[in-house]
Structures are given as structure tokens and as C-alpha cells.
Design a protein around this ligand. Structure first.
Ligand code: GRF
Length: 189
């Protein structure tokens, strides 16, 4: 199964997913795509020898450039790892139940438009939640709305800040995201 990673940011999850599947015979990371030319994710791709593509917001909305690249690389499943644009319907239709996202909170709470990065953790701390975590889910046409594949939790205490929560969430992401992608692929294959 050939997978592509989409990312807009530093790409610590891109790095981690690439490393996880490096010596896997069944699952190959064949492409990294980004809407940001300076995304750290692209450096991780380059260092690992994984082909990459950057595109603008308008190009993504029409999806032709992206779809052609995915076809050329024979991509069968897409993983969003810190990717901030809404996925166009044409791409969702092309990959039914084959686009996975990771969200740094326990959906359905703390999701939706504008809920990304530190904004999510600010909101969780402000709401005095006792726990947060990560949600790995399928992508549909709404932000953070598709069926949940898996959730993992961390406890919060009164000393936690958005930054300490971000760190706890990052630890969960690093230990569970690649394994969850792998388990999902083996399930649908
Ligand atoms: C992660 O917290 C992910 O859950 C969220 O965006 C962040 C990306 O971080 N969707 P990185 O770019 O992988 O370091």
C-alpha cells in the first residue's frame, strides 16, 4: 500500500511516520505534499529521499495538480499530519475511507474551523478539562468530522498549560499515530 503524507507545518509527525514505515514491506511512504514551501515536513521528506510536491491554495481547491501527482506516485491512501487546508470533495471522492487525519484533542470536542495547533490546547485548558488526547479519524467534507478510527487520552492537572498539554499530546502522537495507520491499512486491505 502506497501512502502520501500531507502537512503544513514542522512535520514531526511526518518524520515519525516515515521512520516507522522505512523498513516495512507492505506499506511505503511514497510522497509528501504541502501547501507551504517552507514547511519542515518537506525537509524531512528530502532527507528521507521521499518525493514531494508543494501547491497553492487555489491549486488545491481544483485538485488537478495534486491528483496527477498522486496518480503518478500510485498513492492508495492519504494521511494528513498537521495539514491545515480543507480537503476538496473531488479528492475525498477519489479516496473513499482512505484519507486519515490526526487531531490533537478528543473529538467531537475542540474541533472544527480554527481549531488547530496551540488554539486547540488553549481552548482545552480554558475549559478546565480533566483530560485531552488525540483523535485519529477519517476525513469527510467538514473539518474534524469523519468517523473515528482511534482515540488516545492523557490526564490533565491544574498545573498544565497549553504548552505542557502540547507536549503530552505530542508524546501520544509519536507512539500511536504510525501504529494506528498501520492497523487501519491492514484492516481494510
Ligand atoms: C499535530 O499536533 C497534529 O495532531 C496536528 O498538527 C500538529 C502537527 O505537528 N493536526 P507536526 O507538524 O507534525 O510537528
Amino acid at each position: 500500500m502506497n501512502i502520501a503524507l500531507f502537512a503544513s507545518g514542522t512535520g514531526s509527525n511526518v518524520y515519525n511516520v516515515i521512520q516507522h514505515f522505512k523498513s516495512n514491506d507492505l506499506i511505503n511512504v511514497v510522497a509528501v505534499l504541502s501547501n507551504k514551501a517552507d514547511a519542515g515536513a518537506l525537509n524531512h521528506a528530502k532527507n528521507a529521499g521521499v518525493p514531494s510536491l508543494t501547491f497553492g491554495i487555489k491549486e488545491f481547491a481544483s485538485a488537478i495538480k495534486v491528483e496527477e501527482f498522486l496518480a503518478e506516485k500510485k498513492v492508495e491512501l492519504i494521511v494528513l499530519a498537521g495539514f491545515l487546508l480543507k480537503v476538496p470533495k473531488s479528492l475525498i471522492d477519489l479516496y473513499p475511507n482512505k484519507i486519515i487525519n490526526i487531531h490533537p484533542a478528543l473529538l467531537p470536542n475542540f474541533g472544527g474551523k480554527g481549531m488547530y495547533g496551540i488554539n486547540v490546547h488553549n481552548a482545552v485548558i480554558a475549559a478546565k478539562e480533566k483530560k485531552s488526547g488525540i483523535t485519529i479519524h477519517l476525513v469527510n467534507e467538514k473539518y474534524d468530522d469523519g468517523a473515528t478510527i482511534a482515540q488516545f487520552e492523557c490526564d490533565l492537572n491544574e498545573h498544565d498549560t497549553p504548552q505542557s498539554l502540547a507536549q503530552k499530546v505530542s508524546v501520544l502522537e509519536k507512539s500511536h499515530f504510525p501504529k494506528t495507520i498501520e492497523a487501519y491499512i491492514l484492516k481494510i486491505k
